[in-house]
Write a protein of this length. Structure first.
Length: 404
């Protein structure tokens, strides 16, 4: 065993000795799985009858990653999935930076902020807002890595099959959603044989995607107006192109949004005030209107797709709450909705036991990170708090030298 692995294992063991795991409801009916620092196989189909058994296993075996099933089984330790006796499963949503295009190329801290925004949207706009789940039905966990897991532990969802769960994911991500269904349409005569469709927004309190479309048009138009007033047209094009990913089309749309309007200086201002005027018929042609609505739809939906296999797989394993993430040393931490609002993973997911001692490490290139409220920009050899050493070594950014 190399020095890096030995150090990480010793620190993980110390954590498991001094801390208890938050066990899921009906924990004896769950399957558990583990990955290890010095073994290549994945251990699955474990079950435990008592909480003390789980603690003993973690201390003795020191897994790199620990998981449990979202499903409940009659016989969770049986290897054949059909013979386990499936009893139901929690409804789980996994939001991870890997699935959100906007996080590409961003620093770790910035990735986490973007993912948190998407998690907030999922919880408050969709699960509580549209689907009517109560706050006490929801359970949130920081994954210990680059995202969040949102659990629905309402008995009504336990027996949903994969298809039912996929329908929920599709609603949240806007998959297959025809945005024009969320407008009131009126046909008017424009000539002897010509007719034209006029699109009206539904009231903001109408509910569901109807209200989301209207609210997002106002919110996003005000945001774009602020970008334009502060930084100019080029920055506005850049911002819209982040979604449309076609500079030519983005320029066309910006030109249209900044063109004159009868009631306001620009069409963008008209849209920013559309709670008063719900008529959407301000675009020069249908193609430009459609382009704007594509942009809006992509701002409403949960970006990058909620990781569909996690939600639809009724046998899925998810990270064990209170365990450590093997690539960061951070806690897989449970959060109430109130805690989630103020949660900073780079401070609040650091185990207390890792704050007491220091370790000397050798940085491979440059380490630039803010942890526990302290900014680090390191090169070469440094004596740092254990949580910095664990993070750097676990991510392959440094090597262990000695205790200090």
């Amino acid at each position: 065993m190399d020095a890096n692995t030995a150090f990480l294992k010793s620190k993980f063991r110390e954590y498991y000795l001094k801390n208890d795991i938050l066990l899921p409801p009906r924990f004896t009916k769950r399957e558990y799985g583990f990955m290890f620092f010095d073994k290549k196989f994945v251990l699955r189909h474990k079950s435990f009858k008592r909480s003390s058994e789980i603690k003993r296993f973690l201390v003795e075996n020191v897994p790199k990653h620990a998981y449990y099933s979202t499903a409940y089984y009659k016989a969770p330790d049986v290897q054949d999935m059909e013979e386990k006796g499936w009893l139901g499963a929690d409804l789980i949503f996994d939001l991870d930076a890997d699935h959100i295009p906007e996080t590409e190329g961003k620093r770790y801290e910035d990735m986490l902020k973007i993912v948190k925004k998407e998690a907030e949207k999922l919880i408050f706009d969709f699960l509580v807002g549209d689907m009517g789940f109560k706050e006490n039905d929801l359970f949130i966990a920081f994954s210990g890595g680059r995202g969040y897991h949102i659990y629905v532990r309402n008995p009504e969802v336990w027996e949903l099959d994969s298809d039912n769960r996929r329908e929920i994911v599709n609603y949240i991500t806007g998959e297959g959603v025809d945005i024009y269904k969320f407008f009131r349409v009126e046909e008017i005569k424009t000539g002897r044989r010509k007719r034209r469709k006029i699109y009206y927004l539904y009231p903001l309190n109408y509910g569901g995607w109807y209200s989301k479309v209207h609210a997002e048009i106002i919110r996003e138009s005000r945001y774009l107006l602020e970008i334009y007033n502060s930084f100019g047209e080029n920055e506005l094009i850049k911002k819209i192109n982040e979604v449309l990913e076609d500079k030519k089309l983005s320029k066309k749309l910006v030109r249209e949004l900044l063109s004159e309007n009868k009631e306001y200086t620009t069409k963008l201002e008209h849209l920013a005030n559309s709670e008063e005027s719900q008529k959407l018929q301000i675009f020069k042609n249908d193609a430009l209107r459609d382009l704007f609505l594509i942009y809006i739809k992509n701002k409403i939906r949960i970006k990058g797709e909620v990781d569909e296999p996690v939600t639809t797989d009724i046998h899925r394993l998810i990270r064990l709450i209170g365990s450590l993430h093997g690539k960061t040393g951070f806690l897989v931490r449970s959060l109430t909705l109130k805690e989630f609002k103020y949660f900073n993973p780079l401070k609040d997911a650091i185990p207390e036991v890792f704050k007491n001692e220091n370790t000397k490490i050798k940085i491979k290139n440059t380490l630039k990170i803010e942890l526990n409220g302290e900014k680090y920009e390191l090169q070469g050899e440094y004596c740092v708090p254990d949580y910095v050493a664990i993070f750097a070594i676990a991510r392959g950014l440094a090597d262990f030298i000695a205790r200090c």
